[in-house]
Design a protein around this ligand. Sequence first.
Ligand code: C5P
Length: 224
Amino acid sequence: GRPADLAGRRVVVSAGGTREAIDPVRFIGNRSSGLQGYALARTAVARGAEVTLVAANVALPDPAGVRVVRVESALQMRAAVLDALEGADAVVMAAAVADFRPAARNESKIKKTGAEPDPVHLTKNPDILAELGERRRDGLKPYPRVIAGFAAETDDVLANGRAKLARKGCDLLVVNQVGDGLAFGTPDNAATILVAGGEPVEVPRGPKEELADVVWDLVAARLA
Ligand code: C5P
């Protein structure tokens, strides 16, 4: 067990995957289960933190002792994260947030007419993690002292991760290679945690709680 090194700290964790509505019954989504974000929330509570979990479309029970805010879309997640950041010390964005959403949501269910279907036009979602980095850089409240993100990469994992850490202005970026029965929907994960101004930390394959505890070690060290 870890020490209660997050006692008195308020942390915000995002989990799951956003859904971007096409019409009342259809959406663009992703394969995130929310397991890593929930593991982060549970381990933070065990270390004494006050935790808000912003959960997008997760089929998991609320962890004990955690304030859970459920959202569906990226825009809702942005609003909920900013709201939860009031007075928070750290944020860990573990959610898979859609980069794009349908530009217009059809009010009624799109019909199969026999003619060629209309294309679904997309528009950019805000990058919540990058925005938090900008807010901190510009001293625009609310922003947390420590900002951590996740990045699933399929190739050039470290080079892409380094570039992303800098671009998003975060302190920690947990980079995992997707595939090999890891990451999405599995209880195990393996990752390289990139640290701004420091050496990367390798976390070997193991339960998502183990990776979560290493993330909190690094967050606690930066808050101390
Ligand atoms: O750029 P990419 O989607 O790979 O970055 C992943 C990280 O950025 C995750 O921490 C995710 O929660 C966050 N993100 C975000 N808003 C977006 C897209 C990603 O906060 N629109």
